[in-house]
Design a protein around this ligand. Structure first.
Ligand code: ADP
Ligand code: MG
Length: 276
């Protein structure tokens, strides 16, 4: 793939929104694959007990597989659970198994319960350009572990009614974690997902989001695309499932925008590689 500037240090990006079905998992896996296709080394950490990100990447995550649960609860080194993603060079996944559902409760009584993921990442010695963390649809201890481990929060927003509802709670949690546990934490990126520019509602919501968040909102939005929704059932990202589709191209473009922003290069939508 086409090379992009690589960050000087590993960028840890937390993909969060406590609403379900807004495109967190879809964004995590397709953005991660796009960054890898652009030449980066990328790790996806699946922090949702549903394991949808693991499934979408074609990663085995049945109950016996070493997983992020073992890392969080039994202090297993992250390197012992990371698997290479088939067919995408430079892309890796730390899978979630169903026992992660119990971790939310089990973490409560452990020491350093909010920073167990951060410690595991700090001890991981393999070089990486990006770590993307797929969060569950809640603001419990799993999501707090992600917010402590990362500096950047990426919020996918679906352009529908009530898109901004509930975001206040996420933003307050980000402020709390920044104030008490992780001074570097900030919302770096808002991504509009399942965007249908032909509807008035979608463009109204998009405008509202841009007014509210300004420069954090990526110029690239992700269109509603059947190819994007089909890919996970083949254990593939849309990048390998249908590389020429509008969904694949928009995630590649969003990845380009994120990579350029990270090295302080301003992104010019007129130079976009797609006409979206
Ligand atoms: P979350 O992780 O926030 O719960 P998902 O990423 O699982 O959300 O997406 C919810 C549903 O929407 C899934 O069925 C997914 O395939 C579908 N979906 C996500 N993004 C798109 C898109 N751009 N176009 C069409 N369907 C999408
Ligand atoms: Mg999900």
């Amino acid at each position: 793939g086409e090379g992009l500037p690589r960050p000087e240090q590993t960028r840890v990006i937390v993909v969060a929104n406590q609403k379900g079905g807004v495109g967190k998992t879809t964004t995590t896996v397709n953005l991660a694959a796009s960054l890898a296709v652009h030449g980066g080394r990328v790790l996806v950490i699946d922090l949702d007990p549903q394991g949808n990100a693991s499934t979408a990447l074609g990663i085995d995550h049945h109950a016996e597989v070493p997983s992020i649960y073992d890392v969080l609860i039994d202090s297993k080194p992250l390197a012992e659970v990371v698997q290479p993603v088939p067919d995408v060079e430079g892309l890796f996944c730390a899978p979630a198994t169903i026992d992660l559902a119990g971790a939310e409760i089990e973490l409560v009584s452990l020491v350093a319960r909010e920073s167990r993921l951060q410690r595991a990442i700090q001890a991981y010695e393999h070089p990486l350009d990006y770590i993307l963390i797929d969060c569950p649809p809640s603001l419990g201890l799993l999501t707090v572990n992600a917010l402590v481990a990362g500096a950047e929060v990426l919020i996918p927003i679906q352009c529908e009614y009530y898109a901004l509802e509930g975001l206040g709670q996420l933003l307050r949690n980000v402020d709390l974690v920044r104030g008490h546990l992780n001074p570097a934490l900030h919302v770096s990126t808002i991504l509009l997902t399942m965007y249908d520019g032909r509807t008035r509602l979608a463009s109204q919501v998009a405008e509202e989001v841009r007014t509210h968040f300004g420069d954090e909102v990526l110029r690239t939005s992700i269109p509603r695309s059947v190819r994007i929704s089909e890919a996970p059932s083949y254990g593939q990202t849309v990048l390998t499932y249908d590389p020429g589709s509008s969904g694949a191209l928009s995630y590649l473009e969003a990845a380009r925008e994120i990579a350029l922003k990270g090295v302080g290069v301003s992104y010019d939508p007129a130079q976009a590689h797609i006409g979206a």
